[in-house]
Design a protein around this ligand. Structure first.
Ligand SMILES: Cc1ncc(COP(=O)(O)O)c(C=O)c1O
Length: 391
């Protein structure tokens, strides 16, 4: 047996890891290698939306493991076709390209925009956005800290202020090929887009034939209370990107587009060895089937209201909590006086996993399957974390 220490020292230090080795998960809980149980309000950062090891996905993947693991995209893959059909049935998009991650889904979207828009190539994105870590997607990301040291960045991105109606006038001057945005900026601090701003943005895009690309990597798959966040804003995107919750933890990403745009991709335009392979597509198919045919998204929306009610009570007790915001079970809490990271560290002592979103925001991402009892336990643990940190 190789010891965990040896394994860790051989890894590139791209993450500030917490001192826990997670060995097992079920529903809203994970266990470490010592058998210690943690209440997990991170869901693998909005990935295990059905909870850890959901039965339906486990059964589907287990039976696929007996049949076929991988097959090139040069052949038809039944689960991939079925998953694409389901995603297009439950969205306003017509065709799907499968890949392995959120960054790759956004890469595919950027390539499709460029191929489709022969006369324009610029893409407007927003400050504090996050679109991934590949060269194109970090160039699209409106955060200097993600880009530092990686120059030269890919050309063709302009960053506008988020939720700012005044600057939208500049869109008419710029006339970009596309606008790409998250409807709740996740990594950037859990900032929901304001409806008025979105309405104006969409109107300009429609008038000037600017493509609307919605990055649903974090907001998608039921996370915000509907299958996709765009469905709550009364808009029809031209392109959306998915990953995270699409495979319940099995790596899969997708880029969906309207047919007239998708047709710009011809054989040879784009590809991926693993994208939507039989195992990944099976995990995706079982996940989306569960999301659309069970009451899990409804449960998430209801439990969001309950959780926010309790969080508001905590806000009364702890004035250091400045704001509570978000949509569905993508919830952010702005805190003062201590860095959010310190609260996350203290939560580990209480056997509670939570996240930050920037230096002063606590981010909560429980699974959509969360129960009332789990929420009550969370509040009990979180209250004791805040008492400890703020005393
Ligand atoms: C909105 C958004 N887009 C893209 C990404 C990148 O996804 P991945 O880490 O799967 O490449 C993330 C990851 O956090 C995200 O939140």
């Amino acid at each position: 047996m190789v010891e965990a220490k040896t394994i860790q020292s051989s890894l590139m230090q791209t993450y500030n890891r917490f001192p826990i080795t997670v060995a097992k998960g079920k529903g809203s809980y994970v266990w470490d290698t010592d058998g210690c149980r943690f209440l997990d309000f991170t869901a693998g950062i909005a990935t295990c939306n059905l909870g850890h090891v959901p039965q339906a996905v486990k059964e589907a993947v287990s039976s696929q493991l007996e049949e076929l693991w991988h097959c090139s995209n040069l052949y038809h893959i039944d689960a991939q076709e079925k998953l694409a059909a389901l995603l297009t049935e439950y969205s306003c998009l017509d065709q799907v390209f499968f890949c392995n991650s959120g960054a790759e889904a956004n890469e595919a979207a950027i390539k499709l925009v460029r191929l489709f828009s022969t006369e324009r190539s610029n893409i407007v994105t927003f400050r504090q956005s996050f679109h991934g870590r590949t060269m194109a997607t970090l160039s699209a990301t409106g955060q200097g800290k993600i880009q530092t040291g990686f120059a030269p960045l890919l050309k063709g991105f302009t960053y506008f202020p988020y939720n700012d109606r005044v600057s939208l006038a500049r869109l008419k001057v710029e006339q970009p090929a596309a606008v790409m945005l998250e409807l709740v900026q996740g990594e950037g601090g859990v900032i929901p887009a304001e409806q008025d701003w979105i309405d104006e943005l969409v109107q300009i895009c429609t008038d000037l034939q600017i493509l609307l690309v919605i990055d649903e990597v974090q907001t998608g798959m039921g996370r915000t209370g509907s299958l996709f966040a765009y469905q709550q804003y009364g808009l029809e995107p031209d392109i959306i990107t998915l990953a995270k919750g699409l495979g319940s933890g099995f790596p899969i990403g997708a880029m969906l587009a309207k047919k007239r745009i998708a047709q710009a991709f011809q054989p040879g335009s784009h590809g991926s060895t693993f994208g939507g392979n039989p195992l990944a597509a099976t995990a995706g198919l079982a996940t989306v089937t569960e999301l659309v045919h069970s009451p899990v998204i409804q449960n998430g929306a209801e439990k969001s209201m309950l959780l926010i009610t309790y969080l508001k009570q905590l806000k009364q007790e702890f004035p250091q909590i400045k704001t509570i915001r978000g949509r569905g079970l993508l919830i952010g809490m702005e805190v003062a006086d201590v860095p959010a990271g310190e609260i996350v560290q203290a939560a580990i002592q209480e056997k509670l996993l939570i996240l930050t979103a920037g230096p002063s925001v606590i981010r909560l991402l429980p699974p959509l399957t969360i129960t009332e009892d789990d929420i009550l336990l969370f509040i009990k643990k979180f209250r004791s974390v805040l008492t400890h940190v703020f005393s």
